[in-house]
Design a protein around this ligand. Structure first.
Ligand SMILES: [Zn+2]
Ligand SMILES: [Zn+2]
Length: 119
């Protein structure tokens, strides 16, 4: 029935994590997955450390790579810091003016208390 082809191709192996030094199991399923993906190298870290590494890097990157650009606010003329490259097609606003403009724009749909409370 060809059971030899499926079973025994991969065996659970015990590897040592290069980060924490603990041994972990490189399961046959994972080996199969690696082979399928064409990964030549076996994992060097235990799943815990891999997760930690991924999360740490993710957190750092999103913070570090968020480069701020300085532009001139189109409304008040003050310095405006924006997380994107200022584009001449679009006016750039400082956070104060941006908040003001945004709340003005949404006022009609939601609550217009602020604007019409005086009439
Ligand atoms: Zn580890
Ligand atoms: Zn402004």
């Amino acid at each position: 029935m060809g059971e030899n082809e499926v079973a025994g191709k991969f065996e659970d192996r015990t590897l040592v994590c290069m980060d924490c030094g603990r041994s972990f199991t490189f399961t046959s399923g994972e080996q199969e997955f690696y082979a399928l993906k064409g990964f030549a190298n076996e994992p060097k870290r235990c799943p815990d450390c891999r997760d930690r590494k991924k999360q740490a890097r993710f957190g750092q990157d999103s913070r570090e790579e968020r480069q701020m650009y300085t532009a001139t606010c189109a409304a008040c003329g003050g310095p405006a810091e924006v997380p994107f490259m200022p584009n001449s097609d679009r006016p750039v606003y400082c956070s104060n003016c941006f908040a003001k403009i945004r709340s003005d724009g949404h006022d009609d749909n939601k609550s217009s208390h602020g604007r019409y409370s005086n009439y």
